[in-house]
Design a protein around this ligand. Sequence first.
Ligand code: PLP
Length: 465
Amino acid sequence: MSDLYRNIPKMDKILEKDEVQSRINKYGRDFVLEVIREHLDTIRENITKNIISRIDEEEIINTILYKIDKENKSKFKKVVNGTGVIIHTNLGRSIFSEELSKEISENLCSYTNLEYNLDTGERGHRYDHIVDIIKKITGAEDALVVNNNAAAVLLTLKTLASGKDVIVSRGELVEIGGSFRIPEVIKESGCNLIEVGTTNKTHLKDYRNAVNENTGAIIKIHTSNYKIVGFTQDVDTNELKTISNERNIPLIEDLGSGMIIDLYDYGLNKEPTVRETLDRGVDVVTFSGDKLLGGPQCGVIAGKSKFIKEIKKSQLLRALRVDKFTIMSLELTLKAYQNLDTLPLKIPTIRMITEEEEDVKIRAEKLSNKLKSLNSYKINTELIRTKSMIGGGAYPLDNLDSWGVKLILKEFSEKDLEEKLRSNEIPIIVRIIEGFVVIDCKALLEKDYDIITSALKRIIGESND
Ligand SMILES: *Cc1c(COP(=O)(O)O)cnc(C)c1O
């Protein structure tokens, strides 16, 4: 054992190696020393535990170099989305268009007029850049943008109804994505939650009976990720507006995804757009930027100027404000909605939702042909029909007819293959359908085919003949 300890390469000797020196120049001496020390400690421990029976200097140096490089790789990386879920919350929700990102990167590396009024040469407001376009495409009188929709709901309630009652239907007390729970957000905003109706049915009279002089707001929440079906009733926005008018109480609606265009035209269930919601008299609506809108993470607050003005004065806004990257990307996203013909070309989420089933099939055929070109008896593929999902808590009941490529590899169980694809240099996240790994082609991008093909080439190359 003492021989083993003695043969462990000395720190000085490791540091002399050219490859180690080049890492020191690149990443800094302290960092490299720490990785080496840690690795040598591990080796000593393993000798003590009798796990190691010989010392191979070259192997030790290679492992150290590998660890240094690995530590320096970004932990946040791109992945291939083979799940068929378009707005996949765990995979970053909506992706941003390559075309629009080029326009942003130019500004991102320059000074901008973020808070500078170019007409007067005086201080301007960061929100000014996006208010006009939001007004134009939603019909709102005024608007504001904050960090996300959760922040939008919090800020709106806190400003308009803090210390007062907020009336919500019991059928709308939802939890979204594990951490956003309506009752808790209402509590956090300093409002007093007044639940009305029952889980499946709420009537106009339930709201009417709950209103009193301490009512600060009525809020309607889009239940987004679930639907109550069967013996149900909720109250129409138009009807709530009559109470809101009679009693002079603001009517707020959290739309969740927030649609700008009507996806009913593309075969999905009817959902009100932001404009339709405002037309029905809702005073303030809030919605997410990175769900159906297909833009950056943010929360849009839009509605009557009287209320938006008040919200803009809130001190809390300073803590929830968005950065210039968000403002630029949201502006370009919203502008894309001005031309519906080119919209799908600019917003990938919209393209994926509105494209023909045939387009997905073409992608599946292309991928399958690429895999066939590997020309290996170890892998077989089969085109299959799938049901893809919009995701992001939108349209929980609507599936999109889609296509996928089923991978049949004799040497691997579906679990092993799924794991190997997930641990690829560029991770590939797949579905498992009836015991087979399937790459759903709904959310596949042009650049993904080669990534998948070379990953599978490597994986079958590693298996035994
Ligand atoms: C998604 C969602 C939220 C939260 O939006 P974030 O942008 O994720 O903060 C709030 N309310 C509803 C109804 C939602 O669907």
